[in-house]
Write a new protein. Structure first.
Length: 133
């Protein structure tokens, strides 16, 4: 069944997921997120190329999984993709983030930002792979 996936759609969905994150963690919630996780943008280091590159690869992987789940659902079209993306984002990934943040004593605002990103990003990716069969 994996050979039946539209790999170009998976790639585009992964890039779209990455773009959602770019806007989410810069223009929309960048400053609150940095404050909540304790990152000072003036002194933050790290290999940003590796961080962003790995993120892109992982979001393409997630988009491929969504495409497979949409295919397994037996339904087609953007609505099916959106539905699967929202279920995975809101009912699987966001709760996993919430559980980790609860045990790490992280604020709910951080859970909302990170969980929201995953829900919206997966919904966008799911919509793309569902629409582009």
């Amino acid at each position: 069944m994996l050979h039946d996936l539209n790999w170009l759609a998976v790639l585009v969905a992964g890039v779209a997921f990455f773009m959602v994150g770019s806007v989410w963690y810069s223009a929309l919630f960048g400053k609150p997120w940095q404050r909540l996780v304790g990152i000072d943008p003036e002194t933050a280091g790290g290999n940003l190329a590796a961080i962003f590159g790995t993120t892109l690869v992982l979001e393409i992987l997630a988009s491929g999984a969504l495409a497979h789940l949409v295919q397994l659902s037996g339904y087609e079209g953007w609505k099916a993709g959106l539905h699967v993306g929202l279920i995975v984002g809101l009912c699987c990934v966001a709760p996993a983030i919430a559980i980790n943040n609860l045990f790490q004593r992280r604020p709910f605002a951080l859970t909302a930002i990170d969980g929201g990103h995953m829900a919206v990003g997966l919904a966008v990716a799911g919509t793309i792979v569902g629409a582009w069969r």
